[in-house]
Design a binder for this molecule. Sequence first.
Ligand code: HAM
Length: 426
Amino acid sequence: MTEQPETLFAPPRGMRDFFPEEMAIRNAIFSAWAHAARQSGFVQYDACVVENLDLLKRKGGEEIADQLYVFQDKSGRDLALRAEMTPTLARMVAARQTHYSMPLKWFAIAQCFRYERMSRGRKREHYQWNLDIIGEESVSAEAEVIATAVRALATLGLGPADVQVRVNSRALLADLFNHAGIAPAHHPAIFLALDKRGKIEDTAIADMLVKEGLATPAIDAAFKVLSLQSFEEALALLGSETPASAELASFLALASDHGIRDSVAFDISIIRGLGYYTGIVFECFDTARQLRAVFGGGRYNNLLGMLGGKPMGAVGLGFGDVVIAELLAEKGKLPSFHEDGLVHVGYMDESLRSIAIRLAASLRNQGRNVNLGLAREKPKAFFSRAGKSGVGEAIYIGPDDLARGTVRVKNLADRSERELSLQGQP
Ligand code: HAM
């Protein structure tokens, strides 16, 4: 048969298949996420991938609103695939707000769909670790979610030299814009426009701000705010402490207590492209700044109230599986596909099959993972198949072994051998 081009079998553009090699990477990432979340006392939840379109529709200005996969069911209901988890989380919390005692610390690993312009690190389907604290007003919540994400990064082998969390505050930006004489009514549009910096030309952003009704001096002032180089410069421009600046200072102190201060830096340019953030906002980037954000999040105190729930403080982040996998590949830290503890069992002829199966069953009962050969194999073929991984163990059963009542267990990593008695095996 002539080989078919791989593209013939490709999934729809931007969607992803996970072949076993890729699944191993995905599993390692998911397990680092879940482990870090549980270590910090977060509990897992999940929800439907299909949402009511009404929940996901936005007033405008946010890229995500134009990226929805929208459809109708056969009864004409307007639905969409979720592009993020946060509106769904807010809906679920609002449904049982009086039932739970606050604060809630919840995590999810959610498959999300966005009709994105494809680029490095951006697919139309991704998995996103969501880590949220609901019902906590103080910045200890921001510190807790960021410390948890930094711990997950450490589990994957990445530290402060590889990744940095850049932190800012929309409340601080609002203070700075107020100070520059820009009315609060304009702030939400300015946030979304300025978030596009680096993605589109400054002149195009200025045009957006003109359309928003801002005069040239106000636009210049907004850009000037974004040129501030440090938290100290921002404080100096404000002239005196504000609740927002005090909050940010307190967050940085808590980051020291968590032992993650060297992973965190103030960055005035972090604004975020989602409308619901109200306070501290943050994004994590690779230090070489080659890739898009590894994770992003912030405080969103108004979302529950906007959905009709009781207003309540909330903080959270979304951490995707695509950028982190790229970064791990770049750093040579991708997890191995081969399972370290696996035992391969093979046998020379049909008369030995029963003993091989019994041995495999016994080892499995003892908790070992066993890859049992399904047909007899020549020793060369067996060891070449089993040895490919370079890890785990191999047991090949021949007639002599049966006569001796023992088998040799070969360590595939260091080539050492040990004897295992067939007696006592069922
Ligand atoms: P986001 O910044 O839109 O935030 O997405 C968070 C992360 O998800 C990104 O940093 C990236 O790792 C990943 N991600 C997003 N879109 C894509 C894509 N098209 N392809 C691959 N990866 C992607 C949110 O979604 C917020 N809801 C996060 C949040 C939770 N805020 C509060 N709680």
